[in-house]
Design a protein around this ligand. Structure first.
Ligand SMILES: *Cc1c(COP(=O)(O)O)cnc(C)c1O
Length: 380
């Protein structure tokens, strides 16, 4: 059996330390923010080469807080991919601004900057690249575009903690970088948690205020913020797990390299690490053409191999965005939603499990009967 993720195994190896962390927080009585949070913020700032790291309640709240700190709101447009997790665009709508969906590049899965440029209007205030599946967007191109049009940049780095572009860490190349420690991310808390990073002192100060109802001193509110605070307990767990991130990443990279060599010639379009990028493989996502994706998934399920579809419906096709995306044409996002399949890549995969995945995918690829999907005609 090959699950998509095996958190139990990861946490069993750290059980004694995690329990000690729990005991520490219980003893301290500091359940919201506090010492564990500031310790974690320091480690995270070091890891991301940023001046300020601000622990928050989730990756979603990190995005929301970044938008609030940049004063983005009604009447503003924010460029973001359609092929991403919902939160990216959901936050833009929640603060009253309008998400403008941009098509993606079929090979990197990241934002197509030429398409982004075409969608800029006088109302465009910000661009939000998402470092999808663990590989960063081309931040030189993002920043050139942003500079030319005076846009803020927010990196949605929820899937890319530890990734690099030209030796620069994810989150460090924008006004804000946002991260998620949802349990299934490459660094997962034992509940919801997130992080905001920035190199800008003023933006950091504002985000810290907004994180806590805009109050520096309790009951004295300078700004209208919210409760976006990180729990001491989650920070304590993250302090236990963060030192292991580099080894988790190394295992993920090893697994991806194995798949990329063993699945050559399988007929699938394999994901690639681009030159000068450091991919952390939050997901290993292949493309299956010819309407065979669901058949491959079914084939793997029958062999007890889990897989996942990130994402089955691009955001411009979501019911909740019908009012902002009516008639939008984003052919690559739609193609990716049809073709993408993510295979197990988590660090604790054994050699036998990796081999089983490769053998099963290869068996599917060479079996001519399986090439024909149930409903669609198939070209050779
Ligand atoms: C997971 C994720 C988020 C949201 O993070 P949460 O911690 O679940 O709120 C935002 N953007 C992307 C791209 C994500 O993958």
């Amino acid at each position: 059996m090959v699950p998509l993720l095996d958190l139990k195994q990861q946490h069993t190896a750290l059980a004694a330390e995690l329990k000690a962390a729990f005991a520490r927080v219980l003893e301290s009585g500091q359940f919201i923010l506090g010492r564990e949070v500031t310790d974690f913020e320091q480690s995270a700032a070091t890891l991301t080469h940023t001046k300020h790291a601000i622990g928050v309640s989730s990756g979603t709240d990190a995005i929301l807080l970044a938008l609030m700190a940049l004063n983005i709101g009604p009447g503003d447009e924010v460029l973001c991919p359609s092929f991403t997790f919902f939160a990216t665009a959901g936050c833009v709508s929640r603060i009253g601004a309008t998400p403008v969906f941009v098509d993606s590049d079929p090979d990197s899965f990241n934002l197509n900057l030429a398409d982004a440029a075409r969608r800029i209007t006088p109302k465009t205030k910000a661009i939000m690249p998402v470092h999808l599946f663990g590989q960063m967007a081309n931040m030189n191109a993002v920043r050139d575009l942003a500079r030319a049009h005076h846009l803020y940049v927010i990196e949605d780095a929820a899937q890319a903690l530890g990734a690099q572009f030209e030796n620069q860490p994810a989150g460090s190349l924008a006004h804000f970088g946002t991260f998620s420690f949802f349990p299934t991310k490459n660094l997962g808390a034992l509940g919801d948690a997130g992080l905001l990073v920035t190199n800008n002192d003023d933006l950091a100060a504002k985000a810290r205020l907004l994180r806590n109802h805009g109050a520096e001193q309790q009951y004295f509110h300078k700004l209208i913020g919210g409760n976006f605070r990180l729990d001491g307990l989650q920070a304590a767990f993250l302090n236990v797990k963060l030192p292991h991130l580099a080894s988790y990443t190394a295992r993920r990279r090893h697994n991806a390299a194995y798949y990329n060599s063993a699945l050559q010639g399988s007929g699938l379009t394999l994901p690639a690490e681009q030159p000068n990028y450091f991919h952390i493989w939050n997901q290993y996502t292949v493309r299956v053409s010819g309407n065979r994706r669901d058949a491959l998934r079914q084939f793997l399920t029958e062999r007890n191999i889990a897989s996942a579809i990130y994402y089955p419906v691009p955001l411009h096709k979501q019911q909740c965005f019908a009012h902002v995306a009516a008639g939008a044409s984003l052919p690559v996002s739609e193609q990716l939603a049809r073709e993408c399949l993510s295979l197990p890549i988590y660090p604790e995969l054994t050699r036998d499990q990796l081999k089983l995945v490769v053998e099963s995918v290869s068996e599917f690829a060479i079996n001519p009967l399986l090439r024909v999907s149930a409903s669609m005609p198939q070209k050779a």
